[in-house]
Ligand binder design. Structure first.
Ligand code: AMP
Length: 472
């Protein structure tokens, strides 16, 4: 599909030709016509897919059509684009300015957190047609009354899943509620966890779904292996399996609480970062274990089925059944947590020769045979080597901050304290930020964890001192 066939203004078509864009990328071919018609779109997108132009061209086209020659004088904010990080805001704004270079008088303004607010206030006084910002700072401006969105017709949530990961959900929803009732909402995300689906249901009108996946990828692609093993080989055998099948994030299911505790201890003794989840834990402990798993400070979660209920982790690449469940439906449910978002998943099950009938019931339910292997007993020397290779495996570390929602802390405040002038860290070193009522967790890259801890302890967040602790 060529750009010429789209009902875009002559100035936009000219720029696209000057930039040497020949054909539309798949995400553009699917979303531009819909967005030009004013539809709400929910789209799967990756960076580099051309999605900025996919939502940018319709926004610019609309601006030209509605404001015409008045555009340079009427600097009202017609479009708002929310992005998770300052870097992404800059990138999106740059691309919009590039595409809009023949739209005379166009103003694109960046409102990202971790930046001084004064220049933003000055620029807002003059007005801008398009605002690109992070949720925390945009909400800040809305609350101050310095950003007027009453004329906004289009809103874009870019990398929506990352914004949710960073704890921006509440800020995003407050912004969405503050917008005019009739406005177009485009939501782009790499993955679609339940939280994103819910946001789409609550804030979009008859959204059209746009994916660039192959249709056959809709059935999850999970490789399933069954390892037959002697009961006494199982425990240490998991160390070997984890080495044999490297993964970023894995859940290991057990049928009993006692197995959870025993296995998690063995993995930790083997140098792996493993959290455990079972029914006997206090809520606060569960929250901490889950927070660390979601933000990648823990790579492996050992859990019973009941305890794992409601876990919403998008990117699991491995599920291990340490014990086969008695009901085959439970097996299907367990392994369904991997192989999402078009990625290939892996499900490994362990069982003794006496558990063949469980295996057969699973196979008759799923209609596909598991590939069968044997897990041989390991020599002690082999176990030692395995343990040594596994040290230091998690990418992130979690810091506790003794302030939360009730202290009016928002993700942007924490991000700002770490990445602003005082913090000096890169946005890419900061992971998930989870704000609870009275405390918050922030994940930081292991390589900068000590620096982050010192900076937060010595500095202030939102002008205040909080207690900061590493989370064990
Ligand atoms: P994005 O995914 O929005 O970050 O865009 C990635 C890069 O692709 C940017 O440098 C765009 O200018 C460029 N681009 C976007 N659309 C097209 C297209 N249809 N043909 C060629 N390049 C494009």
């Amino acid at each position: 599909m060529e750009f010429k066939s789209l009902p875009l203004s002559p100035s936009l078509l000219q720029v696209v030709a000057e930039l040497g864009f020949e054909k539309l990328t798949p995400i553009q071919a699917q979303s531009i016509p819909l967005l030009l018609k004013g539809k709400d779109v929910i789209g799967q997108s990756k960076t580099g897919s051309g999605k900025t132009a996919a939502f940018g061209l319709p926004i610019l086209n609309q601006l030209e059509k509605r404001l015409g020659s008045e555009l340079p004088r009427r600097r009202e904010t017609r479009a708002l684009i929310l992005c998770p990080t300052r870097e992404l805001c800059t990138q999106v704004a740059r691309e919009l300015r590039k595409l809009g270079r023949r739209v005379a008088g166009l103003q694109v303004l960046i409102l990202s957190g971790g930046q001084p607010i004064f220049p933003q206030l000055q620029a807002l006084e003059k007005g801008a047609h398009i605002a690109v910002g992070t949720p925390g700072r945009v909400l800040d401006h809305l609350t101050r009354g310095t950003l007027d969105l009453s004329n906004a017709t289009t809103v874009v949530l870019d990398e929506a899943d990352r914004m949710l990961d960073m704890g921006f959900q509440e800020d995003m929803e407050r912004i969405l509620r503050a917008l005019p009732k009739t406005r177009q909402l485009a939501l782009f995300s790499a993955t679609f966890p339940r939280t994103i689906e819910a946001m789409s249901r609550n804030y979009q009108k008859e959204p059209v779904r746009v994916t660039i996946e192959e249709p056959e990828e809709r059935t999850p692609d999970i490789r399933q292996i069954f390892y037959e093993t002697a009961a006494e080989t199982k425990l240490k055998g998991v160390l070997w399996l984890l080495r044999q099948h490297p993964s970023e994030s894995a859940i290991i299911f057990c049928n009993f609480k006692a197995s959870v505790t025993e296995l998690a201890r063995t993995l930790r003794e083997g140098g792996l970062s493993a959290g455990e989840l079972h029914g006997d834990l206090e809520q606060a402990d569960r929250d901490r274990v889950m927070a660390k798993f979601r933000n990648q400070s823990t790579r492996i979660l050992v859990a019973t089925d009941v305890a794992a209920r409601g876990i919403d982790v998008a990117d699991l690449d491995l599920v291990i059944n340490y014990e086969l469940p008695a009901q085959p439906e439970v097996y299907v449910h367990r392994i369904g947590r991997t192989g999402r978002a078009g990625k290939r998943g892996l499900a490994i099950s362990l069982g003794t020769s006496r558990e063949k009938s469980k295996l057969e019931r699973i196979e008759s339910l799923t209609g596909s045979p598991l590939s069968r292997k044997t897990l041989a007993p390991l020599a002690n020397a082999e176990i030692d080597t395995l343990s040594q290779g596994a040290r230091n495996d998690a990418r992130m570390e979690t810091l506790y901050i003794s302030g939360g929602r009730k202290d009016k802390l928002r993700p942007g405040d924490i991000l700002g304290a770490l990445t602003g002038e005082a913090g000096g860290l890169q946005g890419s070193d900061i992971g998930k930020i989870e704000i609870h009522d009275r405390f918050a967790y922030v994940a930081v890259a292991k390589s900068v964890a000590r620096v982050a801890l010192t900076r937060l302890r010595n500095g202030r967040i939102k002008g205040r001192k909080f207690r900061i602790e590493p989370v064990a």
